[in-house]
Design a protein around this ligand. Structure first.
Ligand SMILES: [Zn+2]
Length: 369
């Protein structure tokens, strides 16, 4: 045990006793796996490897959101069953993660298996006076989540409209209130509830999957930077309001967005770059290095040149690893760099200069094989 070694994220120490519990906002299985997704999961993987150097075990819970508005819409558009679409896409996702040498999570909860827990959450929140029912929907009072996320009300409303918050829903007391449970229409999947046939809301799914697998007060919460609001803000506020354990997450690893041609990689922009497409022309190690050789929180631009640069850098790294030098002081300095806000660029510079076993140690922590 090395109590003197602590991971720092975004300027905050994350001391851990026993097991570090990491929750990773996973995929909605309908357009997997593009480089934007992959970037988040590779960073989560490295954070776990680095945490382990402090002498703690790491439990990772990475969910699959397989009951979701967008998944249902896609299944309908492609005229396939939503369950089979989800199973097929989940399989592809897991293959992509294995190809990128991302370790299997300890828990992989699927929304489909946690519907009863969302019902329990809705009832607890209503019992505590922070949620209300309207025509078969249950809403969480979420007006204060704007301030929590450091947003003005106007900014929050714009983001809610863009990212599945449905601020125009006339049944809500406040446009920022969030759906915990929603009435299901005839042609949608639904489960019985005290408020009629319905299905869970997206943020509530993550709240219960995190709590059910890891318990309250998780140590590191990972997700894309674009999920900060409303998803993470509501997910956390609901968990805190339900169980009175603050904070819901002790630290956040919100991974910067990947762009292509100056735009965020998104299905709607028509610019998705899929993991398998990139792996056709380069090694998994080069893809990982391209993702990791930068500050984790910053948005970045994918290009063929970026990939070629990473491949060249990788060759230099393996040449350095083959040298007969390297020393403990340099290895310690490289590990310290990684513990200091996952500073991969600094760790790589030390690894290239020291060579030998220092380089091999750093490569191992970055999951390069
Ligand atoms: Zn989530």
């Amino acid at each position: 045990v090395n109590g003197d070694r602590v991971l720092t994220l975004a300027g905050q120490d994350v001391p851990v006793v026993g097991t570090a519990r990491m929750y990773v906002c996973g995929i909605t299985p309908y357009d997997t796996t593009h480089l934007g997704h992959a970037s988040m999961f590779v960073w989560a993987d490295v954070a776990a490897r680095v945490l382990q150097t402090t002498g703690v075990d790491v439990a990772i819970s990475r969910n699959i959101t397989d009951v979701d508005d967008e998944l249902l819409a896609r299944a309908e558009a492609e005229n396939v069953g939503w369950r089979s679409l989800a199973v097929q896409q989940t399989y592809r996702f897991e293959r992509d993660m294995a190809d990128l040498n991302v370790a299997k999570p300890t828990y992989e909860p699927k929304s489909f298996d946690y519907v009863a827990d969302v019902l329990a959450l809705a009832q607890i929140l209503m019992g505590r006076g922070v949620a209300y029912e309207r025509e078969g929907n249950v809403y969480f009072r979420a007006a204060s989540t704007a301030e929590r996320a450091g947003l003005s009300r106007d900014e929050a409303l714009a983001l809610a409209a863009e990212r599945g918050g449905y601020p125009d829903d006339p049944l809500k007391d406040d446009p920022l209130d969030a759906v915990v449970w929603q009435r299901a229409s005839e042609d949608e999947p639904g489960w019985p509830s005290p408020w009629g046939r319905g299905r869970p809301g997206w943020h509530a799914e993550c709240t219960v999957m995190a709590l059910a697998t890891l318990g309250p007060g998780i140590d590191v919460h990972v997700g894309g930077a674009d999920l900060a609001f409303p998803h993470h803000a509501v997910e956390a506020a609901q968990g805190e309001a339900a169980l009175d354990v603050h904070p819901f997450a002790r630290s956040w690893l919100r991974v910067g967005t990947v762009r292509v041609g100056g735009e965020k990689m998104a299905k709607s922009a028509g610019n998705l770059v899929m993991v398998q497409e990139v792996l056709d022309s380069s090694s998994p190690d080069a893809v990982r290095l391209m993702i990791l050789d930068r500050p984790w929180s910053e948005p970045w631009e994918y290009s063929k040149e970026a990939l070629a640069d990473a491949s060249a850098r990788l060759e230099g790294l393996w040449r350095a690893a083959g040298r007969r030098d390297g020393d403990d002081a340099a290895t310690d300095a490289a590990v310290d760099a990684l513990l200091d806000d996952l500073d991969v660029p600094r760790a790589l510079r030390i690894a290239e200069e020291a060579g030998g076993r220092t380089t091999r140690a750093v490569a191992g922590l970055l999951g390069l094989t």
